[in-house]
Design a protein around this ligand. Structure first.
Ligand SMILES: [Zn+2]
Length: 433
């Protein structure tokens, strides 16, 4: 990853939002939205539409890599479908009416109707129909894409949590029979769990009604966070999670459950033939008969997952990232220009930079706060707010050959430790974690 080395070069238009302020194009309703905007990581362009600025883009790029790894481990093959889907495909499945006002509709110069797709079941089924007949020997197939999706939210809010354009992983399984669909479904579920574990996020898998997607089996993946608009019941004894029903008793162990607000970051469905039948996506079975494919689908809202993890981990004033997706892993803060320490230690800044940058997992992921006209304290406070997993300060302790190392942890302020450069070198693994 190539990257900017000095903070002064970074495009990061920070602003201060006064209490109860009305901001152009947007209303501030949750902390990820407030912090991302204040700290210059996103900028609303119009209602429910946001520019992702360089720091946010870096985090999303890292998250995208993790998401790709996880779906490819489950056997996914990447493709890209056009963002525009012909409206007549959605007419055939009945969803043009069902989803109706949430669709962004448009028309080309010939009067052909399209929609900016919020999801691609129809487009995938149409593609599979177009290449038909698939042989049962080619199945199962798991096709995925990572692209921007569109939903004309009645009331977009919470910044990246409910935007009208959002980045999504969407994967589609094609199977010869239900059992095969269930096998892939389980594999993708395991890949999801691994991904959320790697992000150290409290994500719960909840059995869900299949709703307007149709089909036989469905789960939601929910992150617990105050800003969430969904509710789930979590059992304090066995951690089983379920959507709220009449009782507050855990269906698994009988204990009383607690209600939590949460944010849906992923879903999985076995769709059956709801899309393959009307769109004639068929395969040839082992006995030579044409049958509709059994389909499944899998989604992860990537921009939403980023915002949800910030909701779950940040304090009210400081961003906190899942360690693997922090925009930069480390920042180096040198002495204030003109100070006594500046005269003796300014040269060490580049030296420490090269030392950190030579750690493989930190390569291209370290930045120097070169705003040396500011005090160390001021810059450290800003680093704390941005949530750098690691901040290395070259201050007074340099006289005894030590740097101050600050680590950020979810929900907490910076915690510091003194280390010699030699120790820092030896503790590469500790720094890596
Ligand atoms: Zn229980």
């Amino acid at each position: 990853m190539g990257s900017i080395k000095y903070i002064s070069r970074l495009f990061q238009p920070t602003i201060t939002i006064p209490k109860n302020a009305k901001i152009k194009n947007t209303e501030i309703t949750c902390k990820s939205q407030k912090l991302l905007l204040e700290l210059g990581l996103v900028r609303p362009t119009s209602s429910g539409l946001l520019a992702l600025l360089p720091l946010a883009r870096r985090a999303i790029d890292k998250l995208e890599v993790l998401v790709r790894q996880s779906i490819e481990e489950a056997g996914g093959q990447r493709l890209s479908l056009p963002a525009l889907t012909p409206a007549h495909l959605w007419e055939k499945t009945g969803r043009l009416q069902d989803v109706g006002p949430e669709l962004v509709n448009l028309q080309d110069r010939h009067g052909h109707k399209y929609l900016l797709a919020p999801t691609h079941e129809e487009a995938v089924a149409d593609l599979l129909a177009d290449v038909a007949p698939l042989s049962y020997k080619q199945l199962p197939l798991l096709l995925y894409q990572i692209s921007n999706k569109y939903r004309d939210e009645h009331r977009p809010k919470h910044g990246l949590l409910r935007a009208r354009e959002f980045l999504m992983l969407d994967a589609y399984g094609a199977h010869a029979h239900e059992q095969c669909a269930r096998d892939i479904y389980r594999k993708v579920g395991e890949a999801y769990s691994k991904l959320f574990d790697a992000l150290h996020l409290p994500v719960y898998r909840v059995e869900a009604p299949s709703g307007d997607m149709g089909g036989s089996l469905s789960h939601e993946w929910q992150v617990c966070a105050r800003a969430g608009e969904d509710l789930i019941e979590i059992c304090p004894s066995c951690s089983h999670a379920a959507i709220p029903s009449q009782g507050k008793q855990c269906s698994r162990c009988g204990s009383e459950t607690d209600t939590h607000s949460c944010i849906e970051v992923g879903h999985t469905f076995i769709l059956g033939t709801k899309y393959s039948e009307p769109l004639k996506a068929q395969f040839t079975s082992s006995s030579g008969v044409s049958e509709p494919l059994i389909m499944s689908c899998y989604g992860i809202g990537i921009t939403r997952l980023l915002a949800a993890s910030l909701e779950a981990l940040s304090t009210d004033t400081c961003l906190r990232w899942p360690r693997p997706i922090a925009p930069y892993s480390a920042i180096i803060i040198g002495p204030k220009e003109g100070s006594k320490e500046w005269l003796s230690h300014a040269d060490s800044i580049e030296q420490v930079y090269h030392q950190l940058d030579s750690i493989p997992s930190l390569r291209g992921d370290v930045i120097i706060d070169d705003r040396h006209n500011m005090t160390i304290g001021k810059r450290l406070m800003m680093a704390d707010r941005l949530g750098f997993p690691l901040a290395v300060v070259l201050g007074k302790s340099m006289y005894s050959g030590q740097v101050e190392v600050y680590r950020s942890t979810p929900g907490r302020q910076f915690e510091s430790q003194l280390m010699t450069l030699q120790q820092m070198n030896e503790e590469r693994t500790a720094i890596n974690n």
